[in-house]
Design a protein around this ligand. Structure first.
Ligand SMILES: *Cc1c(COP(=O)(O)O)cnc(C)c1O
Length: 310
């Protein structure tokens, strides 16, 4: 069986007067187009985890996420595509009507179990994981967001792929949206101190830098100094938004025919354009932003907030 075979996701230039004026070239790598249902960085993170699961001869994958999680949707889709049973441990209460994300996961055959927010905080503890194994048997446990060492391997391939698409050359800057920090950590290891990586945190607070350090150092003893986490564009925190963000995403779609999601990629692109405005990037720089996907979340977002995303 062939796992996670794919064509390179295309790199697309973004054109605008602003970019010409500032002498910046901006590109997006369209990982949102890697797979119709296993979108963006979740595809990259699942790739080597699915291989590992097969190697360990397990047949069930258990993972964790919020009720609108892109990772839950992607994992459910991957399970159905590759014949792996999936269990999703969902943070919070069960609602009588499933939201579009959880409905989709259920349709893919994922078994959903709900736990309280308090219990969810303990999800990575050995005691809780032991209980899970006791309940569900010989499971492959994938952490929240799909982030572990195997995920880093898949995300490092973004860099290899870009180099191959670009005759070995790399842009001056890579930009990526950050939740758990798994994707940027993989990219950092793949870059091995070439170029610069700028991560845009979608969470309030300053803890992500430390998490990325831990993830990177689990993988390598090298020290990388070519990355930063920007914490200025979370728009109020995880899954929070501002009218400015919504207007930006809607305008971006009209202008460039690329949909952005309101949780991750929209905030990153808002941040990139604001930083360009503020002359953060030197004249003549090239920037490659990773479109990490997440578009499945738009339906649930619009359902909650009244179709504000076009
Ligand atoms: C999950 C997700 C991220 C965050 O990735 P991490 O590896 O957790 O930092 C970014 N963008 C999208 C669209 C996602 O779904």
């Amino acid at each position: 069986m062939v796992f996670f075979k794919h064509n390179f996701s295309k790199i697309q230039e973004i054109n605008s007067r602003k970019l010409i004026e500032k002498e910046i070239r901006l590109f997006m790598k369209r990982d949102d187009l890697l797979h119709p249902n296993i979108s963006g960085n979740k595809w990259r993170k699942l790739k080597y985890n699915m291989l590992q699961l097969k190697q360990e001869q397990k047949t069930t994958l258990l993972t964790f996420g919020g009720a609108f999680s892109n990772h839950i949707a992607a994992t459910a889709a991957a399970g159905s595509e590759f014949g792996v049973k999936t269990i999703g441990i969902i943070r919070g209460e069960k609602h009588s009507i499933l939201n579009p994300t959880l409905q989709y996961a259920t349709d893919c055959g994922m078994l959903l179990k709900y736990i309280s927010r308090k219990a969810y905080k303990e999800k990575d503890s050995p005691i809780f994981q032991e209980q899970l194994r006791h309940t569900y048997g010989d499971i492959y446990i994938l952490p929240e967001g799909g982030t572990n060492e195997h995920a880093l391997l898949g995300c490092a391939e973004i860099i290899q792929e870009v180099a191959e698409q670009n005759d070995g050359g790399l842009p001056d800057y890579f930009c990526v949206s950050c939740g758990t920090g798994g994707t940027i950590s993989g990219m950092i290891t793949g870059l091995n101190n070439r170029s610069k990586v700028l991560g845009f945190s979608v969470l309030k607070g300053d803890f992500l830098k430390e998490e990325v350090n831990v993830l990177v150092h689990k993988k390598t003893s090298s020290n990388f100094i070519n990355w930063q986490i920007n914490t200025d564009y979370h728009c109020g925190g995880y899954a929070k938004f501002t009218p400015e963000l919504i207007a930006f995403i809607n305008q971006f779609k009209v202008k460039h025919h690329i949909a952005l999601d309101p949780i991750y990629t929209g905030k990153m692109m808002l941040g990139i354009f604001d930083l360009i405005d503020k002359d953060y990037f030197a004249k003549g720089s090239s920037i490659l932003a990773i479109h990490t996907g997440g578009l499945q979340g738009i339906a649930g977002f619009n359902q909650r907030f009244g179709n504000i995303l076009k």
